[in-house]
Design a binder for this molecule. Structure first.
Ligand code: UD1
Ligand code: CA
Length: 454
């Protein structure tokens, strides 16, 4: 039977106090709805039906995929009403999995478990959890045989019902045919005047079905987000869990509470991450890589033994083995460092290829450059790659020495073994194995007098 994911995402999220629709709010830099789609997507659904309302244009723009069928719920009249809007996309022989766009971290294994509870004799199953504080949630009512009889919402519950700790997470699995029938019978005569999806539980019981339940492995899996405080809370829990996974893989974290992974990280053995490290996009760290405090690593691949010292920022780059980077280095997109490269403080590299053993240790800008091996770039060297309109390349051979405070005006080539005298402005090819410099001769004006105040 076809699996049909029906994801409810029409709510406004008033309490977020944001122009961004709630399901687009980021958790670990990915929209809440993105987490839902990624995780539930692992179940290989035949169809994905998204019920949208507030900010639907924005949501559609972010997730414009032909795999998604969009359903508009122009007025939010309740969760039952929301699923009613999806009915044209639901076939009688679908297995429907109802999810919320603002509950991002449910594991696919948990959803599998829930789906495995439904069959011809059990057309409805609920994901429930016991909470120490169940306030706000719909309560699961059971009879003396422990069979589910109904869900009662907080606002409709009596004092006894409010004491129930087992709550409805909102996530449920249901056979399409029964869902169609039950939805057509929904009423809104309740405390909120809404069409409650949860009313179908009592209907199922009335029709003689036993309602099964499944549970997540942790509360985090079913936490929803209604405001920025809950968003932050879930972010912290999620980050702590990711840190835990890294430690299980052998990574040394100086403080598991001060690491943020906003993407994916792959690690070798004996990797060490100091406090305040931020990982973005896809990051791959080889054996023994050490990342110092407060570094931001985005879409980088770093080979074994390389050390990134504090406060360095690396974006879209590939680094070889046993390099030394930073502190305060900035490595920008398109940079590719070979092995044993040293990049020191206040050095910016952009679209630079750097050969084995080369050093750029202090205060330099190296952009659009091909540099050979064993080069030494002196402090304050600038590759002038931009004339205000176009970008040009600087080619530096092997064993080149560039004296401090030099400008290499691209396009320009420094040939193998060349030495550039400090303070030079180089505009033409510097030939191999020669000393090239361009600076005014030093002179001293004998007897020159300092000006005096008038
Ligand atoms: C719902 C459940 C409650 C459960 C709780 C778990 C009902 C009646 N109640 O309550 O039993 O414990 O979730 O969090 O189902 N939405 C729409 N359109 C609507 C209304 C809601 O798309 O007309 C979406 C919201 O955007 C949200 C989700 O459905 O993603 C849940 O809605 P919400 O209003 O938060 O439900 P609760 O009242 O909290
Ligand atoms: Ca809610």
């Amino acid at each position: 039977m076809n699996l049909n994911l029906v994801i409810l995402a029409a709510g406004k999220g008033t309490r977020m106090r944001s122009k961004l629709p709630k399901v687009l709010q980021p958790l670990a830099a990915k929209p809440l709805l993105g987490h839902v789609l990624d995780r539930a997507g692992q179940l290989n659904p035949a169809k994905i039906t998204l019920v949208v309302g507030h900010g639907s244009d924005q949501v559609k723009q972010v997730f414009n995929s032909p795999a998604i069928r969009w359903v508009e719920q122009t007025e939010q009249l309740g969760t039952g009403h929301a699923v009613q809007q999806a009915l044209p996309c639901i076939e009688g022989d679908d297995r429907v999995l109802i999810l919320y766009g603002d509950v991002p971290l449910t594991r696919p294994e948990t959803l599998e478990d829930l789906l495995s509870q439904i069959d011809a004799k059990h057309p409805l199953a609920l994901l429930t959890i016991n909470l120490e504080d169940p306030t706000g949630y719909g309560r699961i009512l059971r009879d003396k045989h422990h069979c589910v009889t109904a869900i009662v919402e907080q606002k409709d519950a009596n004092a006894d019902q409010l004491k129930v700790n087992e709550v409805n997470t909102g996530i449920m699995a249901v056979q399409g045919q029964q869902l169609q029938a039950w939805l057509s019978r929904l009423q809104n005569n309740n405390a909120q005047g809404e069409y409650y999806l949860t009313d179908i539980i009592a209907m199922a019981v009335d029709d003689g079905f036993q309602v099964r339940t499944a549970s997540p492995s942790s509360e985090m899996e079913v936490l929803g987000v209604n405001n920025k405080a809950q968003l932050q809370d879930l972010e912290r829990q999620f980050q702590r869990q990711q840190a835990q996974t890294l430690m299980e893989q052998g990574v040394t974290l100086l403080d598991a509470n001060r690491l943020d992974i906003r993407g994916e990280i792959e690690v070798g053995m004996d990797v060490e991450l100091d406090v305040g490290v931020i990982i973005e996009g896809q990051v791959k760290l080889g054996d023994g890589v050490k990342v110092g405090a407060y570094c931001v690593l985005k879409d980088v691949e770093i080979a074994s033994g390389t050390i990134i010292k504090p406060f360095s920022h690396l974006d879209s780059a590939k680094l070889g083995q046993n390099c030394n980077i930073g502190p305060y280095a900035r490595i920008r997109p398109g940079t590719n460092l070979s092995d044993k490269v040293n990049i020191g403080n206040f050095v910016e590299l952009k679209n630079a290829q750097v050969g084995v053993g080369s050093k750029v240790n202090h205060l330099s800008y190296v952009g659009d450059t091909n540099m050979g091996s064993d080069v030494n770039i002196g402090a304050g060297t600038i590759t002038c790659n931009y004339d205000g309109v176009n970008k040009y390349k600087t080619i530096i051979g092997n064993n080149v020495f560039v004296g401090s405070d030099s400008q290499l005006i691209a396009p320009v080539t420094i040939e193998d073994g060349a030495t550039i005298g400090a303070g030079s402005t180089i505009t033409k090819t510097a030939p191999a194995n020669e000393l090239t410099l361009s600076r005014a001769k030093q002179l001293t004006l004998k007897g020159w007098q300092k000006p005096v105040k008038k």
